[in-house]
Design a protein around this ligand. Structure first.
Ligand SMILES: Cc1cc2nc3c(=O)[nH]c(=O)nc-3n(C[C@H](O)[C@H](O)[C@H](O)COP(=O)(O)O)c2cc1C
Length: 231
């Protein structure tokens, strides 16, 4: 729990089995760039989406090298678009219900579920705690810590909509992975980073992932890559 006398106060990042592993990669890179500690839980189903969307496995026994390769990949598929340092990441297996984030006394800051499947939304809304990811989310809610749920599905059916209302009423921030174009996005990475930036905005983490609205129309026609980062 301590790191050279320093108390670790990590953000728990849960990656569930919805499409959108580049969103998770962008959030993770930005948290690490901002100097935050991260506790990572990748669900069993998310192993399928990581494999499908990156071409590489995510394995508990090799999580550090698999995560580094995943975070180095750009949203357009470039394998070495980033140079991540995963030294501040602690990995927990999704079946490990004795893991730190399964208890409210573990000093987590809060939790970001990116992306969140509809199954995950249902499980958290109903308090199923079927795995560590869902248990950590339930703990986050009961401890009144910030929980962001970046749901990814379209269209949404009635049960999912009701579960999302339930999560909102329980104090979570429902943050659909819904990219915007007003920041001048021109690449897939720009769109991914906009969503990741809005997730981080919800918990007050500083980043320079997208250009904020400045009150003047026309910004969307300017290339986001030609403007300075958000301070
Ligand atoms: C390649 C692939 C893509 C998927 N994409 C989505 C998705 O975008 N949204 C969603 O709700 N479920 C999606 N699923 C289904 C979930 O993985 C499935 O509901 C699973 O039970 C979720 O489990 P988890 O919430 O424990 O990760 C996808 C499954 C696969 C294999």
């Amino acid at each position: 729990m301590t790191d050279g006398g320093r108390v670790r106060r990590p953000w728990v990042v849960g990656v569930s089995g919805a499409s959108g592993t580049p969103y998770a990669a962008s959030v993770l890179r930005a948290l690490l760039d901002a100097g935050h500690d991260v506790d990572l839980v990748v669900s069993r189903a998310a192993r399928l989406t990581v494999l499908d969307e990156t071409g590489h496995a995510f394995r508990d026994a090799h999580w550090r090298e698999d995560l580094t390769r995943w975070l180095a990949r750009g949203a357009d598929g470039t394998p070495d678009a980033f140079d991540p340092d995963v030294g501040r990441v602690r990995h927990w297996s999704p079946g490990d219900l004795a893991a730190g984030p399964s208890s409210g006394s573990y000093p987590a800051r809060g939790m970001l579920i990116v992306p969140a499947s509809t199954a995950c939304v249902a499980g958290v809304a109903l308090g199923l705690s079927k795995d560590l990811l869902q248990r950590a989310a339930s703990v986050t809610l009961k401890e009144r810590r910030p929980l962001v749920v970046a749901v990814r599905e379209t269209p949404l059916n009635g049960p999912t909509l009701r579960h999302l209302v339930g999560l909102d009423e329980a104090g979570a921030v429902v943050c659909p992975v819904s990219p915007a174009f007003y920041g001048g996005a021109v690449t897939a990475q720009d769109l991914v980073d906009f969503v990741a930036g809005r997730v981080l905005d919800a918990v007050g983490v500083k980043h320079s992932l997208y250009r904020r609205w400045g009150g003047e129309l026309g910004g969307g026609a300017r290339n986001v890559n030609t403007t300075p980062p958000v301070p």
